[in-house]
Design a protein around this ligand. Structure first.
Ligand SMILES: Nc1ncnc2c1ncn2[C@@H]1O[C@H](COP(=O)(O)OP(=O)(O)OP(=O)(O)O)[C@@H](O)[C@H]1O
Ligand SMILES: Nc1nc2c(c(=O)[nH]1)N=C(CO)CN2
Ligand SMILES: [Mg+2]
Length: 228
């Protein structure tokens, strides 16, 4: 999604949650500065070559994730035809990293605002998972603490993009992961662990999931952006 299409949606999100654009922009600048001069981070080109034309499994962190993973990766008896791991790109939305590791897999990419279970995110990153790290007005402390401990990072913002800080569209980790898969020309996108009507969540999370539902639909419907 182009930034101009995203801006009116972003304005609605800011109003809905009472977030401020200035704080999001401050966080994007912080993340940009934390990555300045580093080596070994993830380029757009590398991300594109991981995803273009591939079968992508985007994992949300809903309660159905363990079952969805077992089915998708070749699980129990009577499960549908598994998506073969060798030609599958696994994208974890933040906290989904933990059930993915528990299923014996490793995410190829973790899309995170650094409030998932950090020991698992850091361990996956050390084992090779790329980290698409999102800066926003409420995660400055996490950015300062964890970005220096991560490698293969690509930075995102929900506000105006900066040099090296991208906006592919989306708000929650899950819907941003779907926008990212679309943006980089995934051949097929399969979703697991997206339980938008989960009754066990807090009121704030419920509101975020309503946005995630709308944004995932938008990401899947839209025309893919021009190729990188
Ligand atoms: N029932 C669910 N509970 C949690 N996440 C869900 C659920 N269904 C879908 N998701 C998607 O999984 C993503 C990752 O989940 P996680 O629990 O790590 O949330 P998060 O986005 O990091 O939390 P927060 O929105 O509070 O930052 C969410 O961003 C959301 O898009
Ligand atoms: N300012 C702000 N932005 C966000 C937040 C948040 O809590 N605050 N949470 C997100 C993940 O759902 C995505 N973006
Ligand atoms: Mg998160």
């Amino acid at each position: 999604m182009q930034f101009s299409e995203w801006v009116p949606i972003y304005a609605e999100i800011l109003a809905d949650f009472g977030f401020t654009r200035e704080e999001d922009e401050g966080a994007a600048l912080l993340l940009q500065s934390l990555l300045l001069g580093r080596e070994g981070d993830l380029s757009i080109k590398e991300l594109a070559s991981m995803i273009r034309g591939r079968k992508v499994l985007v994992c949300g962190n809903g309660p159905s994730l363990p079952r969805g993973l077992a089915e998708a990766l070749g699980g129990g008896e009577g499960s549908p035809e598994p998506l073969k791991r060798s030609d599958l790109v696994i994208i974890a939305a933040d906290g989904a990293t933990t059930p993915i590791l528990a299923a014996g897999a490793l995410p190829d990419v973790i899309v995170t605002d650094l409030d998932g279970f950090l020991p698992d995110i850091l361990a996956s990153n050390r084992r090779g998972s790329a980290a698409v790290v999102h800066a926003h007005g409420d995660n400055l402390a996490a950015l300062k603490e964890y970005v220096p401990r991560l490698t293969r990072v690509l930075a995102t913002t929900q506000s105006r993009p900066l040099e090296g800080v991208y906006n592919f569209g989306g708000f929650t980790d899950g819907d941003r992961a779907v926008f990212l898969a679309r943006r980089f020309g995934a051949g097929e996108i399969h979703l697991v662990g997206f339980d938008f009507d989960d009754p066990t969540v807090t009121a704030k999370k419920k509101k975020k999931l309503a946005w995630a539902r709308r944004l995932v639909a938008m990401a899947l419907e839209g025309r893919p952006d021009p190729a990188d």
